[in-house]
Design a protein around this ligand. Structure first.
Ligand code: GLU
Length: 468
């Protein structure tokens, strides 16, 4: 079998959105799985809507996801000569012809056809005229008038269109510039693309493109048209459903591997498996398992999957992202053992990297700001005695040993006659400012004796001032 060559050809008219990222991912995974190549091409012929900003945003999205390409980026805007060469080939082989019908005439004919109840379609006026290039002439493909254009789709099965329904497609405008279908097919041919995975909004374009392959005498690629991504209301995914650009998810603290996992499962499956690493996906992704029904984008599911990936990630891989998120909160944290210990206590509790950083603040702050409700409930005069007793006990304890820390708490329970909760809760608020946190012994161990003692003293001072 030939080497598989897939492509991602976004039109740079906006950021990389969920649907586009999924298309890119499927093509990339399939190329990786098959030991093939993945081509990036920017379909930037719409001069009004294409912007450099969008090109940059697409690169940024792909880079974040870790989707790399083997060839390109190619820009359609720089390939005009190649398109012209192929238009000429089609003219020379008699598969295309010049048409001088004016837009006004075509418009009248279209209206008349509709009034008769016929399908508006080019009537072939110039088809057999044998015109040579003239001012304002367009070039049309000489499409078959009868029969069917049939192609096999890996997702949808056999798809057939009546040639009668298909027009003599314009392939070059009167200024000589190529039209969309011509450019796409010439690109796919010259880039050696043999597998096209794309959204099923392109199904109706495919027969026209197949006719171009036939006219150019090139084998038709394998197609896999993937159902669109929908929102929870089963409408096509749009801003109404939340963030649609993938990079927004980076800012929300989603890990790229979680996004990849989520996008892969949006319209593709592998038994019941939900959690995949990127390497695993590269091993098992197949066209056969693309589903026939639309994937529904569910942000809550993405968050759950992100939590799983946070838990599964190696600390050293999470560290740079964690440091970046902490920096956004004004904390300059250093990579190292302290950071890893902090992360370990919080990984089971965070759904996003933003949350992980927010929950880590108390590990880095010099003064603890108490949550008012937590303070009101736990930093009360009755807490002074256990806090004081704990400071005393910790004095003779090696806090790097969690067992010894636990023992200190047990001794305070014994000496005060209080239950663990009555001791641990004020301590927790003193050390973290909150009533919920990772395990209190772990926190003491990580913060170290000096910080713990200072925070317990500060809490006692706070209680005294409140009750003075
Ligand atoms: N540029 C087209 C788009 O962004 C893709 C064309 C194709 O996949 O053939 O929808």
């Amino acid at each position: 079998m030939d080497k598989i060559i897939t492509r991602f050809p976004p039109s740079p008219t906006g950021a990389l959105h969920i649907g586009g990222a999924r298309t890119a991912l499927f093509n990339w995974l399939y190329a990786r799985r098959m030991g093939g190549a993945f081509v990036l091409r920017l379909e930037d012929t719409d001069k009004v809507r294409s912007t450099q900003e969008s090109v940059d945003a697409i690169f940024q999205g792909l880079e974040w996801l870790g989707i790399d390409w083997d060839e390109g980026p190619f820009y359609q805007s720089k390939r005009t000569e190649i398109y012209q060469e192929y238009i000429q080939k089609l003219l020379d082989s008699g598969n295309a012809y010049y048409c001088t019908c004016s837009p006004e005439t075509l418009d009248e004919k279209r209206k008349a056809a509709m009034a008769r109840g016929d399908k508006p379609k080019y009537d072939g006026t110039c088809r057999e005229k044998g015109l040579t290039n003239a001012d304002n002439a367009v070039v049309r493909l000489k499409a078959p008038l009868t029969g069917k254009t049939v192609f096999e789709d890996k997702v949808k099965g056999t798809i057939a269109f009546d040639n009668q329904e298909l027009d003599d497609l314009i392939i070059a405008r009167s200024d000589g510039s190529p039209t969309y279908h011509l450019a796409v097919v010439v690109d796919d041919i010259t880039m050696g693309i043999n597998t096209i995975i794309r959204g099923d909004d392109h199904v109706s374009n495919t027969p026209r493109q197949v006719l171009l392959y036939n006219a150019l005498d090139y084998p038709v690629p394998i197609f896999a048209h993937v159902p669109m991504v929908l929102g929870a209301d089963k409408k096509r995914l749009s801003k109404r459903h939340g963030a649609t650009s993938v990079i927004e998810y980076k800012h929300m603290g989603i890990l790229p591997q979680a996004m990849i996992n989520y996008l892969a499962r949006l319209g593709w499956s592998h038994g019941d498996q939900e959690f995949f690493t990127v390497d695993e996906l590269k091993d098992v992704f197949s066209l056969e398992n693309i589903g026939k029904s639309a994937g529904v984008f569910d942000p809550a599911r993405l968050l759950d999957l992100n939590a799983d990936h946070i838990r599964a990630a190696a600390d050293k891989d999470l560290a740079p992202i964690f440091i970046e998120q902490l920096a956004k909160l004004g904390i300059q944290a250093e990579d190292g053992e302290y950071l890893y210990q902090v992360m370990e206590t919080l990984k089971p509790r965070a759904k996003t990297m933003v949350e992980l950083a927010e929950k880590a603040l108390f590990y880095y702050q010099d003064t603890i700001e108490y949550d008012p409700k937590a303070a009101q409930k736990c930093l009360i005069p009755e807490a002074i005695r256990p806090l004081e007793a704990l400071i005393e006990k910790l004095d003779s304890v090696d806090v790097s040993d969690e067992k010894q820390v636990e023992n200190a708490f047990v001794q305070v329970m014994e000496s005060t006659g209080l239950k663990l909760g009555k001791i641990a809760q004020p301590v927790r608020v003193a050390l973290t400012g909150q009533t919920a946190s990772p395990g209190i012994f772990e926190i003491v161990q990580i913060l170290g004796k000096a910080k713990v003692t200072a925070r317990l003293r500060a809490a006692m001072d706070y209680i005294r001032t409140q009750n003075a």
